[in-house]
Design a protein around this ligand. Structure first.
Ligand code: SF4
Ligand code: SF4
Length: 114
C-alpha cells in the first residue's frame, strides 16, 4: 500500500482537479474557475496541510475517485477501469448554472483535492 508521501508524489501538480465543478444529472463537469486556495502560477495548493479545514469542500483522494473529480490522465485514475472523468467541455449554460449555485451558496470552492 502506498504511504501518504508516495501517494502525493504521483500528483503532477496540474491543478485541474482544483477547479470548481458542477454535478449535473450525475455527471461531473469542470468549470474554468480555480479554488481560491490554488496558486495559479505554481499550480499548488496554498493551504495544503490544512486544506480540509480551510475548504470543507476539498475532497480526499478516495472521495475524489469515487465522485470522479480527476481528469482521465491524472496518475491516480489513469489505470482505473470504468473510471468516469469529469466533462471538461463546459458550456455557457453550465457556467450560468454554476453562477446560480454560487449565488445560493457563497462558498465558491465546490470540490477538488487529493
Ligand atoms: S491530483 Fe491529478 S488532476 Fe489533481 S493536480 Fe494532481 S495530477 Fe493534476
Ligand atoms: S481544492 Fe483543495 S487542494 Fe485544491 S486548492 Fe482548493 S483547498 Fe487546495
Amino acid at each position: 500500500m502506498d504511504t501518504e508521501r508516495e501517494k502525493e508524489e504521483k500528483c503532477r501538480r496540474c491543478g485541474r482537479c482544483c477547479c470548481a465543478k458542477l454535478l449535473l444529472d450525475g455527471e461531473v463537469v469542470y468549470t474554468p474557475f480555480p479554488c481560491k486556495y490554488l496558486d495559479e502560477k505554481t499550480r499548488l495548493c496554498t493551504v495544503y496541510e490544512n486544506r480540509h479545514e480551510m475548504n470543507p469542500d476539498c475532497l480526499t483522494l478516495e472521495e475524489g475517485i469515487v465522485i470522479g473529480v480527476f481528469p482521465a490522465d491524472c496518475p491516480y485514475v489513469a489505470d482505473l477501469e470504468d473510471y468516469k472523468p469529469p466533462r471538461e467541455d463546459w458550456t455557457q449554460e453550465d457556467l450560468d448554472l454554476y453562477a446560480e449555485a454560487c449565488e445560493k451558496d457563497d462558498r465558491t470552492e465546490k470540490s477538488g483535492g487529493k
